[in-house]
Ligand binder design. Structure first.
Ligand SMILES: C[S@@+](CC[C@H](N)C(=O)[O-])C[C@H]1O[C@@H](n2cnc3c(N)ncnc32)[C@H](O)[C@@H]1O
Length: 223
């Protein structure tokens, strides 16, 4: 099999169904210009997030890991007029870059930026009764994914969709002797997902223009 087939097909799907407009292209450009890492979701994954937001009729979205606001734009574009997205980011510079990109996208009235460690902001969201959210996208640092998910559950209602990126890590999750803290973090997370009775969940493997990985999708049970 042509080893580039996954990348080529990913590009084919993006061209068909997830073409980037100038705002998304400028957002990706800002990442290089501002010295941020190119670790945003791909166009196809951005579109998938948008489809999930529409599917779940999301009016309130929570995102962990803003970076330059690329996934934020895909998600916020699915919100209705009075919809709101809160996005958490530990790095002030990342959040500042994202703020400009969101402004450029005309979405400033829908996006609320919070800067700080997700682990510190999440309990504040609970304390301030800022939930429940209809969709939660977890895409920050990997070691505390299990704890992020537990906070996400506290900020959910029955039917809330929780999506967690990068849970397969090029298949390294199969290595039980790994010393990589990110891999260990998602291994612990995936095991928790298996045992969690509050959600119905699965993991979809992803291949394409980025390395082989996986996305966990969970829905909070209705009873
Ligand atoms: C993979 S990037 C997010 C990409 C973004 N969701 C997108 O697709 O456009 C992860 C982001 O999480 C941020 N991050 C890392 N540790 C964090 C923490 N403890 N709390 C909040 N954000 C964190 C990083 O600074 C980085 O900007």
């Amino acid at each position: 099999m042509n080893e580039n087939i996954f990348g080529k097909v990913d590009q084919y799907i993006s061209d068909l169904l997830a073409p980037e407009d100038q705002i998304l292209k400028d957002t990706i450009k800002s990442i290089d210009e501002e010295g941020l890492p190119q670790i945003s979701v791909t166009p196809n994954h951005g579109k998938m997030l948008q489809v999930m937001a529409i599917l779940s009729n999301a009016k309130r979205i929570l995102e962990l890991g803003t970076l330059a606001g690329y996934s934020t734009i895909w998600l916020a574009r699915a919100l209705p007029e009075n919809g709101q997205l809160i996005t958490l980011e530990v790095d002030q510079h990342h959040s500042d870059v994202a703020r400009k990109n969101i402004e450029n996208a005309g979405l400033s009235d829908k996006v609320d930026f919070r800067v700080g460690k997700a682990m510190e902001i999440l309990p504040q969201l609970i304390e301030n009764n800022e939930g429940p959210f209809d969709l939660i996208f977890i895409d920050a640092d990997k070691p505390p994914y299990t704890e992020y998910f537990e906070y996400a559950l506290k900020l959910s209602r029955p039917g809330t969709v929780i999506i967690c990126d990068n849970v397969i890590r090029e298949g390294k999750v199969l290595d039980e002797n790994t010393s990589d803290e990110r891999v260990k973090g998602v291994q612990r997370f995936n095991k928790m997902l298996q045992q969690n009775k509050n959600v119905t969940a699965t993991i979809i493997q992803t291949v394409g223009v980025k390395e082989h990985d996986g996305i966990a999708i969970a829905v909070v049970n209705r009873s």
